[in-house]
Design a protein around this ligand. Structure first.
Ligand code: ZN
Length: 150
């Protein structure tokens, strides 16, 4: 499933990317541009804006909460939601990540991270290196909780 997220929902966009969803987020777009892009690319628009959600010919989900976890919970409860691979996409720029061999990263990540992790991914677009850290692990637990409830 592919999303487009309105300018107020940047944190939600980031976490949907962490979960592996192709998520367009361009905070500088106005409503008309958002709608056009959503239609052109067949993306589900996520918005807090009731007026925007009522535009015709648009797949849209009106996000009800101001809180990130509840927002994620609402999206994950969508019956049409597809399964994606978490940690497969850059949270910053939405590009699919590439696996990198550990020896190539020596000196590019902090030494204690290099010692204690074995799976690393690289964003070929912005050259950032990712590894499943404790922050992501905690988020995964919360998300599993949401999935159970639905
Ligand atoms: Zn990136």
């Amino acid at each position: 499933m592919r999303f487009i997220v309105d300018g107020m929902l940047g944190r939600l966009a980031k976490w949907l990317r962490v979960l592996g969803y192709d998520t367009a987020y361009f905070p500088h777009l106005d409503d008309d541009q958002l709608v056009r892009l959503a239609r052109a690319e067949g993306r589900l628009l996520l918005t807090r804006d009731r007026g925007l959600a009522q535009r015709r010919g648009l797949q849209c989900l009106l996000i009800e909460s101001d809180h990130l976890e509840e927002q994620l919970g609402q999206v994950l409860a969508e019956p049409t939601l597809t399964e994606e691979h978490p940690f497969s996409r850059c949270p910053v720029c939405n590009t699919p990540l590439q696996k990198v061999k550990k020896p190539e990263l020596e000196g590019r990540v902090p030494p204690h991270i290099f010692r204690t992790h074995k799976d690393f991914s690289l964003c070929p677009n912005c050259d950032k290196i990712y590894w499943p850290g404790t922050h992501w692990a905690r988020m995964q637990e919360k998300l599993a909780g949401f999935r159970h409830r639905t």
